[in-house]
Design a protein around this ligand. Structure first.
Ligand code: APR
Length: 244
């Protein structure tokens, strides 16, 4: 066991409130491509900014829906990996635990994590463009755009697009947790996309111990108290084991 793993385990053992932020890296071992990797095949000719914006959707909803349906289908074929399961277990091992994810794949929830704060929404849900609430689908006519079962309005994926605000409730709750926690774990995120990346900075300002789990260095690495270099699916189960 490395010294870093031992010291991270010891920090977690005596933690009062652990706040975790996850990014695309934690789902990599489940086979979910990161945002940019998702632009494969037919989609590789486009930039994310040309597909994941309200303007793109309003211009060509059929086209944007096709991309989201192909990503949804991939997500539904995947399973949580040992990293997701380790975090679900960690929640029961510390007095207070908050899990914030930038991922839209729902894998933390499927692994059994309670109260996940979805910072960027969830690709498996639809939202009504008219009522602006999560909505069910009206029976679909083949080849037609999905419509709201309640009001018949056009549906969109319930994800945060470029230029859109983070949903108020997860944003408030994540901010509260980053201010209150004494240990902050940053897992599988490049720490480049704000406001999510700002949560670690908030925690640091309030004196929390910051632990990073990532095979690669990020902008957060020099500021972190402990850096665990390697895949989350391997390191997180080892970390839990080391806590015993
Ligand atoms: N375990 C842990 N980390 C990993 C693994 C792994 N097995 N594989 C890759 N990583 C790390 C990479 O080194 C990288 O730092 O995961 C990080 C993924 O970075 P990004 O693709 O930038 O993902 P993320 O930080 O979640 O992006 C934030 O940007 O594109 C938008 O809205 C999208 O939510 C996304 C946001």
């Amino acid at each position: 066991m490395t010294t870093d793993l031992r010291s991270a385990a010891s920090v977690l053992r005596s933690a009062r409130h652990v706040c975790v932020l996850t990014g695309a890296g934690i789902s990599a071992e489940s086979g979910i491509p990161t945002f940019r990797d998702a632009l494969t095949g037919l989609w590789s000719r486009f930039k994310p900014e040309e597909l994941a914006t309200l303007e793109a959707f309003e211009r060509n909803p059929q086209f944007v829906w096709e991309w989201y349906e192909s990503r949804r289908a991939k997500v539904l074929q995947t399973q949580p990996n040992p990293g997701h399961y380790a975090l679900a277990e960690l929640a029961g091992r510390v007095p207070e635990f908050t899990l914030v994810t930038q991922n839209v794949d729902g894998l933390h929830q499927r692994a059994g994590s309670p109260g996940v704060l979805e910072y960027h929404g969830n690709i498996l849900r639809d939202r009504c463009m008219v009522e602006q609430v999560v909505a069910g689908r009206a029976p679909e006519a083949a080849g037609r755009l999905p419509r709201c079962a309640g009001c018949g309005g056009l549906l969109r994926p319930d994800v945060v697009w470029f230029g859109e605000a983070i949903p108020a409730e997860p944003m408030r709750a994540a901010d509260r947790a980053a201010n209150d926690c004494d240990v902050f774990l940053s897992i599988g995120t490049s720490s480049l996309v704000y406001p999510a990346a700002g949560l670690a900075e908030t925690a640091l300002r309030h004196g929390a111990t910051v632990i990073e789990v990532n095979p690669n260095a990020t902008d957060l690495s020099p500021l972190a108290d402990v850096t665990l270099r390697g895949p989350a699916g391997v390191l997180l189960p080892q970390l839990l084991e080391a806590m015993l």
